[in-house]
Write a protein of this length. Structure first.
Lengths: 382, 94
């Protein structure tokens, strides 16, 4: 049965079902409805987690590390400036291999101050060593939240997993969402099992030790291996989800790319608009498609190169800029497609919640849109 | 120096367990002075044992017996807190 839920509510339902023990969190738009809904579940006795009202996001992630390493399944959520304040501790969570699950309601970083969607917050922690999965809609946000503990807690991974959902477009818009029965989710995620919980007095150890030049590099190398393992864990978790729900999640989501001359590559909710536009253009005989990337970290380069093999033109759509450089998705695609023969171009779009309309996407496919797509005053190619 | 461990064999996140340091004998860092005791003056109050930051005071049950030079760093805290002046610091040959 489907329920009419916002993405935020769907995430809260998933948090209730995945048997969370501790939720240290600080409110921020557009993450607030996630925590508001979940706090109501706790108040109503429908969820048993310890909600920790911390004084900042820096504290939220610090508390999350302590809880996760103590032996509690731990979830937090934030957006934009909250993630910026948390960033220092996100790196530490990854390096301490704390399997924290986090929902990120993607929102533009200040300034100017803005509350609407772009992916600049995610890209701020691009290299922190956490897994970053981008949802296309409320259903996928829910599904990713169900598989996130399996990836985070996999013994070869043990890393924070971020489920990224576009602010307002997904967090606040109500959509039909198919929920999995509680008992099936419990079986999917299983009990929280950490190899060496801090509170196990029979197995004492020091977590997060100082590492000098003779060890720091090796421990960073371990994190790279853990992210590689996350790619395999995502595949296994997707299989498990399919068995109970009949739906899959995947590192990449190709849509009508067979025989396509031009393929747009994008993250998040915009891919939905692009899919509709692709349907319209295909009906007119255009050979176009879209490759949505769900797993931005780890970045499935080989899978992408394979999916795009033989495509004439690949178009990267970045919803975060890299002033003075190449935006993150564009740069990743340039590396993944190097030597493939495909032409690659890129556009930055949608900063601060600017909509990307089907007619904009048509112009992008046609090569008649500026590098900064949709910015007033930007000259477009003829 | 023992051979360093490849990244694959290090514990995840560098978690360390008690007593796993390859060179635990930190007394090698000693400042150049070490404690000596006059057992006739010792009243076995064990203040030195309480204060020693390196657990370098040795006991036989609850009776003071001396210092563990593998760990003593020569900080002089024991000599300072000793109420009877039984502990003094002496220079040592390095």
């Amino acid at each position: 049965m489907k329920s009419l839920l916002t993405g935020g509510e769907a995430i809260a339902e998933a948090m209730r079902q995945i048997d969370v023990d501790v939720v240290p969190v600080y409110p921020i738009t557009p993450q607030t409805p996630i925590i508001q809904t979940y706090a109501k579940f706790v108040a109503d006795g429908r969820a048993h987690a310890e909600l920790v009202d911390v004084e900042s996001e820096h504290s939220a992630m610090s508390a999350a590390i302590g809880a996760a390493l103590a032996g509690a399944r731990t979830v937090t959520a934030t957006s934009s400036q909250g993630l910026a304040l948390m960033a220092e501790v996100v790196y530490i969570a990854a390096s301490m291999r704390a399997p924290i699950v986090m929902a990120l309601g993607n929102r533009a970083l200040s300034g100017p101050i803005n509350i609407h969607c772009d992916h600049s917050d995610s890209m701020l922690i691009r290299d922190s060593g956490v897994v970053q999965l981008f949802a296309e809609n409320a259903q996928e946000a829910y599904d990713l939240m169900l598989v996130a503990p399996r990836i985070a807690e996999h013994p070869d991974v043990l890393l924070p997993v971020l489920v990224c959902l576009d602010g307002f477009t997904i967090t606040h818009a109500a959509e039909p969402v198919e929920l999995v029965p509680d008992a099936d989710v419990r079986r999917l995620v299983g009990p929280y099992a950490l190899p060496h919980p801090v509170l196990d007095t029979r197995d004492p150890g020091t977590h997060g030790p100082f590492a000098m030049p003779d060890h720091y590099f090796e421990l960073r190398r371990q994190q790279a291996a853990a992210l590689e393992a996350a790619q395999i864990a995502l595949g296994a978790a997707a299989d498990a989800l399919e068995r109970i729900a009949g739906r899959r999640v995947g590192a990449v989501d190709p849509y009508r790319i067979d025989g396509a001359d031009k393929v747009v590559v994008a993250l998040g909710s915009t891919a939905g608009t692009i899919k509709d536009t692709v349907d319209e253009l295909r009906a007119e005989g255009e050979r176009v498609g879209v490759l949505r990337i769900c797993s931005f970290r780890p970045f499935p380069s080989a899978e992408i190169a394979n999916a795009l093999h033989g495509v004439d033109t690949v178009i990267a759509l970045d919803r975060a800029d890299s002033p003075g450089g190449t935006p993150a998705l564009h740069a990743e695609l340039a590396a993944a497609l190097y030597g493939s023969g495909s032409q690659l171009r890129g556009h930055v779009y949608g900063l601060g919640g600017r909509d990307l309309h089907p007619e904009d996407i048509c112009r992008i496919f046609a090569g008649r849109e500026a590098a900064y797509a949709g910015v007033r005053g930007e000259p477009c190619p003829a | 120096m023992p051979e360093l461990t490849p990244w694959q064999k290090l514990p995840a996140a560098g978690r360390t367990t008690p007593g796993s340091a390859p060179q635990p004998a930190t007394g090698g860092w000693r400042t150049g002075v070490k404690p000596m005791v006059d057992l006739d003056a010792c009243v076995n109050c064990l203040l030195c044992w309480l204060y020693c930051p390196d657990s370098a005071i040795t006991l036989d049950g609850t009776t003071f017996t001396g210092f563990d030079e593998r760990f003593c760093k020569g900080c002089e805290l024991c000599a300072v807190v000793c109420p009877t002046g039984a502990i003094s610091m002496v220079e040592e040959e390095r």
